[in-house]
Ligand binder design. Sequence first.
Ligand code: ATP
Ligand code: MG
Length: 201
Amino acid sequence: MQVGTERIQEIVKSLRNFSRLDETELKQVNIHEGIDNTLMILEHRLQARHEYPEIKVIKKYSQLPNVTCYPGQLNQVFMNIIVNAIDALEALVVNDQWSKVNPQTTSNQILTKNNPKIEIKTEVIDEKWITVSIADNGLGINEEFHSKLFDPFFTTKAVGKGTGLGLFISYQIIVEKDKGQIRCFSVPGEGAEFVIRIPIC
Ligand SMILES: Nc1ncnc2c1ncn2[C@@H]1O[C@H](COP(=O)(O)OP(=O)(O)OP(=O)(O)O)[C@@H](O)[C@H]1O
Ligand SMILES: [Mg+2]
């Protein structure tokens, strides 16, 4: 019971930090805190359960300055991208709807089934920019979809599973509001990497 209540306490604290309802203004934000809160909320999807193996999260955090942005919204972006990565890793295990997108299972995908991981790297690029990169070794993204990823309602997921708004909203927040950049790199069958550039001030 004690372990359970401690865990509930942690989740409630993370949810409160994550949504930052009391902070709708531009603010100095600690990026790593935002990522860690997001991971805490998603922990139930990272743990091993039923046929899904545990998803390892590898953090490669650099020393970062605080950046000025809307904290709740930035956390929303981390959430959207990490949830997509988890979906892409789970899709390798239960390859139902997604098999239409990527019919050939490569040897690398079979390996990934047993070794799913998400790597989160932060870096200072120069005095103006920091980057956050979130990479998975999941299904990957076919070349033909790259130009559509950030369009509203573009989804390859089953009806009722994806609305196709996650990356569209993330793009609005990063590019339109925070004057940053968001890009995707992927080799189909090997995984996908989303790189966010955020201006320091
Ligand atoms: N890490 C990833 N690996 C493979 N495909 C991805 C990844 N991230 C995004 N995609 C592809 O981009 C599409 C659009 O992503 P987006 O987050 O906008 O929508 P969604 O996840 O389908 O639905 P929603 O986020 O609204 O629930 C996904 O349906 C998927 O095909
Ligand atoms: Mg999504």
